[in-house]
Design a protein around this ligand. Sequence first.
Ligand code: NAD
Length: 265
Amino acid sequence: MDLGLQDKIAVVTGGASTIGKAIAEGLCAEGAKVIIADMDEVQAERVAAQLCAAGHNASFVATDVGERAQVEHLAQSVLAEHGRVDILVNGAGWTVNGLFLDKPVEDWEREVAVNLWGPINTSRAFAPSMVEQASGKIINIGSDAGRVGEYQEAVYGACKGGVIALSKALARELGRYKVTVNVVCPGLTLPEKSEDAGSMSLWHSDSPQSQIFRNQETLAKVVKRYPLRRHGVPADIVPLVLLLASDQSSYITGQIISVSGGYAM
Ligand SMILES: NC(=O)c1ccc[n+]([C@@H]2O[C@H](COP(=O)([O-])OP(=O)(O)OC[C@H]3O[C@@H](n4cnc5c(N)ncnc54)[C@H](O)[C@@H]3O)[C@@H](O)[C@H]2O)c1
């Protein structure tokens, strides 16, 4: 199937690592021009350089999606350079697992800033140009934690639940302008190479999640809760994102789709 993504302008937040990186690579492979917007400037530059070295069209803009002024600057610079934005993928995310009663409030503030304010800020910054051009694809990377409620992920899950409601509301408001808004919800998704797990800011090295990853016995127990009996890898998420970014999905909006081996149904 020709997805028709050649020369489309795509912004991928969180595109410097794991799932966002795989999405940026997938979009590039389809011929899109990808702008990685990530607060990890070093890694974002490295990924953009790797993509360019492979013959693709990629660049980066260091951006903290929780900071509205930085997101506005991102939108201005992308629109100044490319004149339009066709695809916005909100992949940036951050969390630290922990019981609601134990977690420091500073963690909640950062979780809300990245996971909820991030997609609000980027949608506000990019949707006007999509409305004006009467086309656009917004794809929010949610989480099954936002669908089912997850132990030790109360505020993160609340943000992802908020992203689901935000996406449905925007789908209703923007549909008349042919702008679609959908949510892709991963379940447990780990990098193909275990050494890359250390670089996941979502799961920083001393977080409980990374302990799970290091302990094969615990990981095996977790995976048993998935009907397909394995955890996800970034490549599992990419095909659905590409479909939702293409005009092949022009009649799909406001949908929440899990890519999680059947974890949430
Ligand atoms: N990995 C999983 O198991 C899993 C499960 C469900 C949902 N998700 C979601 O998938 C998305 C990608 O997660 P991942 O697993 O690739 O994590 P990751 O930590 O590997 O990547 C997250 C990226 O977001 C960037 N980032 C963090 N805060 C930012 C900010 N304020 N502004 C801009 N960039 C910021 C990081 O620098 C990093 O490049 C996230 O939205 C996450 O919530 C992941």
